[in-house]
Ligand binder design. Structure first.
Ligand code: 9MG
Length: 259
């Protein structure tokens, strides 16, 4: 899953793809590098990011979605917490709702997923992007996320979403300290019990540079290490800015694992 942020303030590529033509070119580039999914977002979810008005989010993403229609074989994913944005994106051809706000009470979003039959990414987040990194606390982060998936899967089922539509994501960096992220990465195999595809998003996130001696420039390599470990734990979907590098790392990991 290649990342396309149509935002002025995302931590890694903020401001680069605000122009619809630049965004379209980037989407096609991600596909050419091998992305099977393009995840398009118009609201930054980095820590401390403030919410964006619905009209502004639509203004950012819709021209890109409309320009991409019929020009890509990749599945389009809409990265949004807003039902109205998800609805418009589905009408423009998106096939996945990437809802980082699955922890929030948004029955309208779940009803939309149920009615449309779109795939639904159910991501764990403690708090909201504006406040989530203030003081995240868990009893046991892996067990707490397992419980979240159990409860949320039941809630999604009750809204009419089929299990086959659901993709689970532990939400690395969303209301988590470095230790929480490391515990989750070490415990990914524990999420296999849900029998649903797992999605992992670590790409260029700040925790990757926080080990002793870590550097910002080392984040891509550190993220690829997480990716290789995650494949062994059964993760199937990787949300990344670095599609070509991720595919190379996956190809080698899968080849060795397959021998
Ligand atoms: C939008 N976004 C940023 N990070 C993410 C992650 O880890 N997972 C998902 N599903 N979306 C993310």
């Amino acid at each position: 899953m290649g990342i396309l942020n149509v935002t002025p303030d995302s931590f890694s590529d903020g401001g680069r793809f605000m122009d619809p033509q630049a965004a379209l070119d980037r989407a096609l580039e991600l596909e050419a590098q091998g992305a099977a999914i393009i995840d398009i977002g118009g609201e930054s979810t980095r820590p401390q990011a403030l919410p964006v008005a619905e009209a502004e989010e639509l203004r950012r993403v819709m021209p890109v979605l409309e320009a991409l229609a019929g020009r890509t074989h990749a599945v389009i994913s809409i990265d949004t917490m807003k039902p109205a944005v998800a609805r418009a994106a589905l009408q423009a051809g998106a096939g996945i709702i990437n809802d980082v706000g699955a922890s929030l009470q948004r029955p309208e979003m779940w009803e939309l997923a149920a009615q449309s039959g779109a795939a639904y990414v159910c991501m764990h987040m403690q708090g909201t992007p504006a406040t989530m990194q203030v003081n995240p606390v868990y009893e046991n982060v892996v067990q707490d996320v397992v419980r979240f998936f159990e409860e949320k899967m039941a809630r999604l089922r009750s809204c009419g979403i089929l299990p086959e539509q659901i993709i689970l994501d532990p939400g690395i960096g969303f209301g988590k300290t470095l230790d929480h992220n490391l515990d989750l990465l070490g415990g990914l195999a524990g999420f296999a019990r849900f029998n649903r595809p797992l999605l992992l998003g670590v790409s260029r996130k700040s925790f990757l540079g926080k080990l002793p001696g870590g550097r910002k420039s080392g984040r891509v390599a550190a993220g690829l290490a997480c990716t290789c470990l995650a494949v062994q734990a059964g993760v199937q979907l990787f949300r990344t800015h670095d599609v070509a590098e991720t595919i190379e790392a996956l190809r080698m990991t899968e080849t060795v694992l397959g021998r």
